[in-house]
Design a binder for this molecule. Structure first.
Ligand SMILES: [Fe+2]
Ligand SMILES: [Fe+2]
Length: 197
């Protein structure tokens, strides 16, 4: 089996992957405490921001064009919402985590993200599942997994540091596995034989 087939077989469908990404961001948000130290707040926010940036890019490059092909109006609101999300990510990154404005801006970002996620999960994803079908959603999921590896690899160091600071303790091992997995998958894409070992 070559690397492309292996990734296709192991990937969740596009809509399952999108829901999994949403769940991860919401779970990380729930760890944010107003009385945490500025370092802890910064780490959680950085972790969420990287996840959101990669997720939005995967949707825009791969999933939204596929949905647009079957339902034009559904996508019209989504890209401007991603743009607003990126603006708020830029704003919160530029702030000092000890300022009250940091909490306020982060809560505004999360309010926008939760509204956007609610629309995707209650309207867009069910619509995509009705109109695209399982086979197409599996192909899109495989494309998104390959692209995720490309987008995450240059940010692997940043992702490990964010995860280690945001989830001290056991989860650090998980981050190591994630990065190692990304590294192996990238290598496998370049050298199809690497996955056979
Ligand atoms: Fe999404
Ligand atoms: Fe989105």
């Amino acid at each position: 089996m070559n690397a492309i087939n292996a990734i296709s077989r192991l990937s969740p469908t596009a809509t399952k992957m999108i829901r999994m990404d949403h769940t991860k961001v919401v779970a990380t948000f729930h760890k944010y405490a107003l009385d945490a130290s500025p370092e802890e707040k910064r780490a959680l926010v950085n972790s969420i921001c990287v996840d959101l940036e990669i997720h939005a890019q995967l949707e825009e490059e791969i999933f939204y064009p596929a949905v647009r092909a079957v339902d034009k109006k559904e996508i019209a609101r989504s890209v401007p919402e991603h743009d607003e999300m990126r603006r708020l990510i830029g704003a919160v990154r530029a702030m000092d985590a000890s300022e009250a404005a940091f909490d306020e801006t982060f809560m505004t970002l999360m309010r926008e993200v939760l509204n956007h996620v609610a629309h995707e999960e209650t309207v867009m994803l069910p619509e995509a599942e009705r109109l695209l079908g399982n086979e197409r959603l599996s192909e899109l999921g495989a494309q998104m997994t390959r692209r995720r590896v490309e987008l995450a690899a240059p940010r692997a160091g940043e992702i490990v540091v964010n995860t280690a600071r945001a989830f001290p303790g056991a989860v650090v091992a998980g981050a190591g596995v994630l990065v190692l997995g990304a590294y192996r998958a990238t290598r496998a894409l370049r050298e199809p034989r690497a996955l056979r070992r």
